[in-house]
Design a binder for this molecule. Structure first.
Ligand SMILES: Nc1ncnc2c1ncn2[C@@H]1O[C@H](COP(=O)(O)OP(=O)(O)OP(=O)(O)O)[C@@H](O)[C@H]1O
Ligand SMILES: [Mg+2]
Length: 237
């Protein structure tokens, strides 16, 4: 489990001699074992925020404080598998073999719907299957904090729904905190305990969702929340 406090985070880049401010004072508290979904227009700084939290980049100023040292995992939009390793070896790549029982490997493969493919190589899998292998690789490590950058964007509708269900199932079993970036408002409404919008380099809106899972997005409550989010995103800079 991980609670995370982000205070007054600033990040800018210099591109072609031009100063490009991206994040201009992000304040965000991530609850332990909650799913926080980040929404925002393309280029607003969602990936930048994840990379800062993951320590892949340094902020210009501001602080990121973890309650305890989390075991973190990062799932990227593209699978980033090792092409020369089969699914099983990709999943076990960051761990020594003896840390993982065959039962556990089997459970992870079943959870992401890849049973029977443990010996397949990435080029023998579809894009969606590769992404599921990438998710399994993140989960086998039993992370307490998972950052996911549009992980299901390339999947078809039904596979995406399966993966969303798998993620909720995993969260309820492992109590991991999840920070999830997506462009899909419906995906955000399906998964999130909290949705945050990034606009103008700050968190411009935050919505807490108390409806329990599984959710029906066509209830009056969820439809009106979706309308609010759409309106806020349309007004976003
Ligand atoms: N390494 C970098 N060097 C220079 N500029 C960068 C770098 N990384 C990101 N940027 C710029 O920072 C801004 C935010 O990029 P970021 O990738 O965080 O956006 P995003 O919200 O994730 O967008 P998308 O939804 O399209 O993935 C963009 O204008 C981008 O050009
Ligand atoms: Mg991005």
């Amino acid at each position: 489990m991980a609670g995370i406090e982000i205070r007054d985070l600033h990040k800018s880049y210099t591109v072609d001699g031009r100063h490009l401010p991206v994040l201009n004072g992000i304040h965000l508290s991530l609850r332990e074992d909650g799913i926080t979904v980040v929404l925002g227009k393309s280029g607003c700084g969602k990936t930048t925020l994840l990379r800062l939290i993951a320590g892949l980049e340094q902020p210009d100023s501001g602080t990121i404080r973890f309650d305890s040292t989390p075991k973190t995992a990062f799932v990227f939009q593209e699978p980033r598998l090792m092409p020369w390793l089969c699914v099983r070896d990709n999943i076990q790549f960051s761990l020594s073999r003896r840390d993982i029982s065959p039962e556990e490997t089997q459970w992870i493969l079943e959870t992401v719907g890849l049973s029977g493919f443990e010996r397949a190589y990435p080029h023998q899998l579809s894009g969606g299957m590769q992404q599921r292998a990438a998710l399994a690789r993140a989960l086998i490590y039993h992370p307490s904090f998972i950052m996911m950058d549009e992980p299901f964007a390339a999947l078809d509708h039904f596979t995406r729904e399966d993966m969303q269900r798998a993620l909720l199932d995993i969260r309820s079993k492992t109590h991991a905190s999840i920070l999830f970036v997506t462009h899909s408002i419906d995906e955000a409404l399906t998964l999130a305990d909290t949705i945050v919008l990034i606009s103008g380099g700050v968190i411009s809106a935050e919505y807490a969702i108390s409806v329990s899972h599984p959710r029906h997005l066509l209830t009056d409550e969820m439809i009106s929340l979706k309308r609010r989010i759409v309106a806020d995103l349309e007004n976003a800079t």
